[in-house]
Design a protein around this ligand. Structure first.
Ligand code: G3I
Length: 359
């Protein structure tokens, strides 16, 4: 007796416990929870990672292409090519896009803080530049970028006895005081009233910084500034943060009625260091089985927490695609290899991946 090929195939898949609706990637496992995103460059969406990106993710963040330096290199001149390529790719594949970012003290263009005579710009002029920049960029992608990191890393890392000191001593702060933050949100909201607008920062699980970020957010919310939520960057390590600290931050921020997104997730195999330094001679960068297990345990714990906050957390994004290329290979120790993601250097799912999708 001859069986139709389709029946044979179905029987085979049943024996292997591979039902036809088996999830295809992270985005499918997390379909009922939140979009799963990844930070990309133009290279990642045109090179060998493309198939993996399409299989695993349903949200993209341009890693660098939309930052003020790259996208607005001279006053009045924009460089759209890379940002457009990422937006077009995502749109063509029905993938949502997080814009990153509109106002930051790093990767700023050389002209931004100087007037034509080379002197520091006035507050009035700087706010006008900020408004022009945000209006132009947000308007261009209106309706296609669903969420923006509006202000990035404005809160100070320093624990000071002066509790009134919240913000980083950046040129934005020195020239404008704290006003630039609310203004940036207002300009973005005016350009695309439907976009979700985020304040985005790192080390937000550390109690002192958590408190400073909370106080900034509370001020914005109380003043009626159009802010949707807070981005917890999540540049973590196999040693931190603790589950308790992470929960405390999500609880504290969301108590203000704000959404939370995990915006730049990676789990370094090294302890956190802020300052860049040269590699020490005796420093190993072996990705040992112990480190792989520690990392898998961390990923398991964090995703279990994220799932518990479904509704409050409305997006989780990884910072880079596979361990073949991560910004952590250059920071804080240039040339020291790191392995912080869910896919190995060959693009295969790691032990940590299987912990993340097992629930
Ligand atoms: O594009 C230039 C290239 O023309 C030049 O020849 C080369 C020489 O150094 O530099 C290239 O620019 C680099 C750029 O990445 C693109 O690769 C910059 O040097 C380098 O500093 C820059 O690093 C980026 C970093 O932000 C800048 O601070 C990382 O890729 C990017 O992953 C990182 O992302 C940040 C988030 O935006 C905010 N949160 C922290 C996160 C990690 O630092």
């Amino acid at each position: 007796m001859r069986y139709p090929t389709v029946l044979l195939a179905a029987a085979f898949l049943t024996v292997l416990h591979l039902p036809g609706d088996q999830p295809g990637g992270l985005k499918d496992y997390y379909h009922d929870y939140f979009p799963i995103g990844v930070a990309v460059s133009v290279r990642s969406i045109t090179g060998p990672d493309t198939a993996l990106i399409l299989r695993e993710f349903n949200s993209l963040t341009p890693e660098n292409a939309m930052k003020m330096g790259p996208i607005h290199p001279e006053e009045g001149r924009y460089f759209w090519k890379d940002a457009d390529a990422i937006v077009d790719f995502a749109t063509a594949h029905g993938i949502r896009i997080r814009g990153h970012n509109l106002c930051w003290h790093e990767q700023t263009p050389g002209w931004l803080f100087k007037d034509s005579a080379g002197n520091t710009v006035t507050k009035e002029d700087l706010l006008k530049r900020l408004k022009d920049h945000i209006t132009t960029v947000v308007s261009r992608y209106k309706g296609r970028i669903y969420a923006w990191d509006v202000v990035n890393e404005a809160v100070s890392d320093e624990n000071s006895d002066d509790t009134t000191r919240i913000l980083r001593n950046s040129p934005w702060f020195r020239i404008c005081g704290d006003e630039f933050i609310a203004k940036a949100f207002e300009y973005a909201h005016a350009a695309d009233p439907n976009a979700q607008l985020f304040y985005n920062d790192y080390n937000t699980e550390r109690p002192e910084k958590r408190e400073r970020v909370y106080r900034l957010l509370r001020k914005l919310v109380t003043a009626g500034v159009p802010i949707t939520g807070v981005g917890i960057q999540a540049h973590w390590s196999v040693y931190e943060p603790s589950a308790t600290d992470l929960r405390a931050s999500i609880d504290r921020f969301s108590s203000l009625g704000l959404k939370v997104q995990i915006t730049e997730l990676d789990i370094s195999i090294y302890p956190w260091e802020k300052k860049g330094r040269a590699r020490r001679q005796d420093e190993s960068d072996a990705y040992t089985p112990v480190l792989q297990q520690l990392q898998a345990d961390q990923y398991k714990t964090f995703f279990s927490i994220f799932r518990g906050y479904r509704g409050t957390i409305n997006g989780v994004t990884f910072w880079n695609v596979t361990d073949k290329h991560t910004w952590l290979d250059q920071y804080p120790v240039p040339g020291r290899k790191n392995y912080p993601l869910l896919f190995d250097t060959a693009g295969q799912p790691k032990k940590a991946y299987w912990e993340v999708v097992k629930f």
